[in-house]
Write a protein that binds this ligand. Structure first.
Ligand code: ME8
Length: 508
């Protein structure tokens, strides 16, 4: 049977500036999903990239005295280095200025035109150049965009409207039939009630801007940047007839921040319906990282820089913190104090301690080789049962895109294993020759917990999990997870390779 496919995407980020913590959050989350599904044995395709057209980029380039493509090239180079640094395993990186993409944008417009989904008219109204979105008069807050606070501009030009209103009923029906399409639930409800209130046609082209994809049938018009951008999810697969497209579309999970929910949960499905294409299976809109309660923004210069944080605390601690600290879907405040607390409590105390004391006891009581277990008593059996439950729980939480809950389940197992050390008292067992079998069972059980934990943590903390495994003399994790995570696969007699503590404490 061919492996199940799994297609996961991030938004494509604007190249007006370097990526910050928010971009890294979505990208790391997508990476965890990609790694996890690969470990399960799925055939994964993981896409990220950059959004390079539009007035926002055009002006940012003007401001820095570059051409738009010079700016884009520079930001793309830095972005790719950041993704490498953060151990992101994307299979492709799409740029909207690439030929392979622009061709598809033109084809999409051609198809919309042929399907009668466009009509030529006049747009007159407000526009936010920072969000690249049209605003109604009553959306404005003192003349500014309600989302980002940028001063709205008046736009009046000829445009091709996309007949989005025509898809309202179909979209509502789709939402009724697919209540898991937009997650979390609160975001679904928000989309549903806004669509219920009515859908307007969308100005889909602009004549006032050079830095955009020209329409094939009317070159005076250029693609509205959001339609250009949304198309990336299929252009990167070689739509309409590419092999990747046939294999991976529709996407399994599209991750976005809640700021771009409308574009993805309404405009994107309507476009796909107009093109007669299947809709993605899940759209997950996560929350915002704030800085002392304020949304991070360029104008406030309160961005957390992922490079600086990872230089100080390490990549895996950063990845772990982002996904553990705030439930996916909610907002939360980023603070170094909270990160240090997580490293010290969860990584150094709980996990680090379990690993280090287990390896130390194997050295001390078993000559550095993991002993074969004897018959399991009630507590060893309970630990084994909990390990199996944890594997199942992580699987179901990841299927639900709930990273913090998956990690909580792993830490519950780690906590129980630490208590098992205390209640089984290996140091007492070691002092009585008659209790050797009990001691062996304890040491073997702890090794198994650590091995299984290293598998489950690998998608979150690839380097630390691999290092844990190498201290247990195990190679990098390999699929299929459900087999590898079964209890009892550790080969007795294996010598461990204890090294330095993997999770040193940080001075607060
Ligand atoms: O919107 N907290 O690009 P963008 C959490 N090009 N996530 C955050 C965040 C924060 N404070 N700030 C940003 C665009 N993000 C378009 C997308 S897709 C077809 C086109 C993340 O560079 C979050 O994922 O403004 C958000 O959706 C994305 O960055 C916006 O990135």
């Amino acid at each position: 049977m061919p492996a199940a496919s799994f297609y996961v995407t991030t938004p494509i980020y604007y190249v007006n500036d370097f990526p910050h913590i928010g971009h890294s959050y979505t990208t790391i989350a997508a990476d965890v999903l990609a790694r996890y599904h690969r470990l399960r044995g799925a055939d994964v395709h993981f896409l990220t990239g950059t959004d390079e057209h539009g007035v926002k980029i055009y002006r940012a380039a003007q401001a820095s005295g570059e051409t738009p493509i010079q700016l884009a090239d520079r930001v793309v180079e830095r972005s790719k280095l950041l993704w490498q640094r953060l151990e992101i395993t994307n299979d492709d990186f799409i740029r909207t200025t690439q030929q392979r993409h622009q061709r598809v944008v033109q084809l999409v417009f051609q198809k919309l035109h042929a399907a009668g989904a466009l009509w030529l008219g006049d747009y007159s109204g407000w526009y936010c150049a920072s969000c690249e979105k049209f605003l109604a008069e009553n959306d404005l807050t003192e003349g500014c965009c309600p989302d980002c606070g940028t001063k709205a501009e008046m736009a009046a030009e000829k445009t091709y409207f996309f007949k989005m209103s025509a898809y309202r009923e179909r979209l509502l029906k789709f939402l009724d039939e697919n209540p898991g399409f937009v997650r979390p639930q609160a975001r679904f409800n928000e989309v549903y009630s806004r669509v219920k209130d009515g859908l307007n046609d969308l100005s889909a082209t602009r004549t006032s801007l050079e830095w955009a994809v020209p329409l094939p049938f009317d070159p005076a018009h250029r693609a509205y940047v959001w339609i250009d951008a949304l198309t990336n999810y299929i252009s990167a697969l070689g739509y309409p007839d590419g092999e990747l497209y046939r294999k991976y579309w529709p996407a399994d999970v599209q991750l976005i921040g809640k700021d771009i929910l409308w574009f993805h949960a309404v405009i994107w499905p309507c476009l796909l319906m107009a093109l007669d294409l299947p809709l993605p299976r899940t759209l997950f809109a996560h929350g915002w990282w704030t800085n002392r309660g304020e949304k991070m923004s360029k104008s406030k210069a309160n961005f957390v820089d992922p490079v600086a944080v990872t230089e100080k605390y390490g990549v895996d601690a950063y990845r772990y913190f982002l996904l553990r600290e705030m439930p996916f879907g909610q907002d939360g405040d980023f603070s170094e104090t909270a990160l240090v607390r997580r490293v010290n409590n969860d990584l150094a105390n709980d996990l680090g301690n379990l690993l280090h004391r287990t390896l130390t006891m194997i050295e001390k009581y078993s000559g550095g080789a993991v002993p074969a277990p004897a018959e399991a008593d009630a507590s060893a059996q309970a630990l084994r049962a909990l390990a199996a439950e944890t594997v199942a729980e992580v699987d179901s939480q990841i299927a639900d895109v709930q990273f913090s809950r998956a990690l909580e389940a792993v830490w519950h197992l780690v906590g129980v294993a630490n208590r098992y050390v205390e209640t089984s008292k290996p140091w007492v067992l070691a002092s009585a020759e008659t209790r050797r079998a009990e001691l062996d069972t304890v040491l073997y059980s702890l090794t198994e917990v650590l091995r299984i934990v290293s598998l489950l943590l690998y998608p979150f903390m690839p380097t630390k999990a691999a290092a844990m495994r190498s201290q247990l003399s195990l190679g990098p994790p390999e699929p299929p997870l459900d087999e590898r995570a079964q209890w009892g696969r550790f080969k007795p007699g294996t010598s461990i390779a204890k090294g330095k503590p993997l999770f040193p404490k940080i001075e607060e």
